[in-house]
Design a protein around this ligand. Sequence first.
Ligand SMILES: [Zn+2]
Length: 138
Amino acid sequence: MRPRYKQLCAICRKSHVLISSGNQFPICTACSMRQIDKPIEDVVFKKLFDIDQKLYESSSFLRSIKSNYLRFGSLSEKQIEVFKKVAAELKSGAPKGEGAATEIPEPREPEKEGVDTREEKKKPAKQAGRAKAKSKPK
Ligand SMILES: [Zn+2]
């Protein structure tokens, strides 16, 4: 585990970037936004990357996917899938972590008072045995 540290942006040399791994290229949000702001010829990818600029600004993950495409001219199935997923999550205002928050937590049902009837039914049988053991005189 490496500690996070700050490094000067390698492009503008003005902004500081929070680096979490040694291989990470130090580039600030503004510069990486500029880097990925390039026209895309491929119709499929053009549509894929046609999302709100704010989403790119708020997610370094989305930016890295797009810059990968710009660099290599394609993406793997999985990268496309994850990109769509993360973009959709951010768009819907789901709680986001900077980076690859690819797993959506299962929605939990709110607990209500007096609704756990199953517990009530289970208890008598269980308690009968326990109650006897517990109610030993001192
Ligand atoms: Zn910069």
